[in-house]
Design a binder for this molecule. Structure first.
Ligand SMILES: [Zn+2]
Length: 340
C-alpha cells in the first residue's frame, strides 16, 4: 500500500497521526467527531483496526486501546494500526449503549450515507476504517449490569479468523455466525477476519479483563506479523494453554421475582440441575432456587440482584469437556492475577 488516506488526511510510512472523523454535530452545534489514531510502520504489512465503545457505555475496550497506544511494541510495527477508542461518541458522553435516538449502532452496519444517524456513522466507519483494513478487532463488555467472562466471539469456520481467535489466547471462544447488522457481520462480508472480544461489565474498568484484552490484541498483532516476537515475548506468553470452543450457550432466567443470592459466578463449572442461586422476598421468605438446565461454564452473569421473574441471570456455555474448561479458566485467572 502506497497511499493511506483516512478522513481526507494522508498518513505516510513511519508516521503516527491523530485524525478526527467528522460526524453529525450535536443540536447545540457542538462539533462531533470520532477520534482515530493511525500508526503506520516503515515497512508494509497488515492493516489492523481496533475499535471500542460501539456501545457507548462499554469502556473496558477504551482503556485497552489507551494502554495499547502507550505500549513499547508499537515503536517498530510492520504495517498499520488504526485505533478507534470510541466509535459511539454520543453514547460515551451520556454513558449510554445507544445513540441519541435510542438506536443500537451495532445493528446498523454496513449503513448508508443518507439514512439514520446510526446508518450514517456505520457507513463512515466502513468507508474510512474497515475498507482500508485487512484485519479487525472489536472490543465489547457485558450490557445491562451483566459481567462477561473474557471470551472471543468470531466466525470460526473461516480459517484465518480461527487462527487469530486462537492466538488471542483466552480459554473460551464462541463460534458465532449470526446476521444482526453488526460491525462483525459487515466486516466478514468483506472477507476481513474480525474478532469480537467480550469481557467485564459496562461502565466499569475490570482490571483482569483489560489486561487479558491487551495481551490478546498484542498476541494477534504478533500472529499477523505486525510486531516482533522479541518485543512481545512477555506480553504474548501462552497464558491459555488450551482454548475451548463452546458447542452452544443458553440463558438461565429468574423463575420468580425477588432478590438473588448468587452461589455461582462467571468462570464456574455448573452441572445440570445444580443450584446457582436463591431468590427470595425482602423477608427472606418464599425462597426459590435458580438452577442450571445443562452442564457447562458460566460465561456471563447479572450483577444486579434485583430480579423480575423471567430476567436473564446466568449465561452458560456448554462444552464437550466442561471440567477441562474450568481448569483452564482458573489457571488463566491466576496467571492474569500474578501480573497485577
Ligand atoms: Zn457491546
Amino acid at each position: 500500500m502506497k497511499i493511506l488516506t483516512i478522513g481526507g488526511q494522508t498518513v505516510e510510512k513511519g508516521q503516527r497521526k491523530k485524525i478526527n472523523l467528522d460526524v453529525a454535530k450535536l443540536y447545540d452545534h457542538t462539533e462531533m467527531n470520532i477520534p482515530v489514531e493511525v500508526i503506520r510502520g516503515k515497512k508494509d504489512g497488515p492493516v489492523l483496526f481496533i475499535c471500542a465503545a460501539i456501545h457507548g457505555d462499554e469502556i473496558n475496550g477504551v482503556e485497552i486501546i489507551k494502554r495499547l497506544l502507550g505500549h513499547a511494541a508499537l515503536k517498530r510495527i510492520k504495517g498499520t494500526l488504526i485505533a478507534v477508542p470510541i466509535v459511539n461518541v454520543y453514547g460515551y458522553i451520556h454513558r449510554s449503549r445507544y445513540l441519541p435516538d435510542r438506536r443500537d449502532l451495532n445493528r446498523h452496519f454496513p449503513g448508508t450515507p443518507n439514512g439514520s444517524l446510526a446508518a450514517k456513522i456505520a457507513h463512515i466507519f466502513m468507508k474510512e476504517i474497515v475498507d482500508k483494513s485487512t484485519h479487525g478487532i472489536d472490543l465489547h463488555t457485558g450490557a445491562n449490569h451483566r459481567y462477561n467472562l473474557p471470551q472471543i466471539r468470531a466466525c470460526l469456520d473461516d480459517e484465518e479468523t480461527n487462527r487469530l481467535a486462537h492466538s488471542f489466547n483466552v480459554p473460551v471462544m464462541i463460534n458465532s455466525t449470526i446476521r444482526d447488522g453488526s460491525l462483525r457481520e459487515a466486516a466478514r462480508k468483506k472477507n476481513i477476519p474480525i474478532l469480537l472480544y467480550e469481557g467485564g461489565e459496562y461502565l466499569r474498568h475490570n482490571e483482569n479483563v483489560i489486561r487479558t484484552g491487551l495481551h490478546g490484541v498484542l498476541s494477534v498483532m504478533h500472529a499477523i506479523d505486525m510486531i516482533e516476537s522479541k518485543k512481545s515475548k512477555t506480553t504474548s506468553s501462552k497464558i491459555a494453554k488450551e482454548v475451548f470452543i463452546a458447542r452452544s450457550s443458553y440463558w438461565v432466567r429468574a423463575p420468580s421475582s425477588g432478590s438473588l443470592r448468587a452461589l455461582k459466578h462467571a468462570g464456574d463449572r455448573v452441572e445440570e440441575g445444580q443450584i446457582l442461586g436463591v431468590i427470595s422476598d425482602p423477608f427472606g421468605q418464599n425462597k426459590v432456587d435458580i438452577c442450571a438446565s445443562a452442564t457447562g461454564i458460566i460465561i456471563g452473569e447479572s450483577r444486579l440482584p434485583l430480579l423480575n421473574a423471567g430476567d436473564a441471570v446466568f449465561h452458560i456455555a456448554t462444552f464437550e469437556d466442561s471440567v477441562a474448561v474450568e481448569e483452564q479458566v482458573d489457571l488463566f485467572e491466576e496467571a492474569i492475577d500474578m501480573q497485577l
